[in-house]
Design a protein around this ligand. Structure first.
Ligand SMILES: [Zn+2]
Length: 62
C-alpha cells in the first residue's frame, strides 16, 4: 500500500469534513398528548407508544 507523501493541508482536511454536520432530529407530534417527540420513541411526557401506555410517567408535584 502506498503511503501518503505529504500531510493533507488544512484546506483539504476541512474540505473533506465539509459535509459532516449534525443532523436535525426527526420530531413528530405525540398522538396522545401532542408534545413534539423524536419518532420511534416512547413519549417522555405521557409514556404512550403505538396507541397504548407503555411506561408510567411520574408527574412532579410542586
Ligand atoms: Zn405523549
Amino acid at each position: 500500500m502506498g503511503a501518503p507523501k505529504k500531510k493533507p493541508t488544512q484546506m483539504k482536511r476541512d474540505q473533506r469534513r465539509a459535509h459532516i454536520k449534525a443532523s436535525v432530529p426527526n420530531l413528530i407530534e405525540c398522538p396522545h398528548c401532542h408534545e413534539l417527540i423524536p419518532s420511534h420513541t416512547v413519549c417522555p411526557n405521557c409514556g404512550w407508544y403505538a396507541g397504548e401506555e407503555k411506561i408510567k410517567v411520574e408527574k412532579e408535584k410542586d
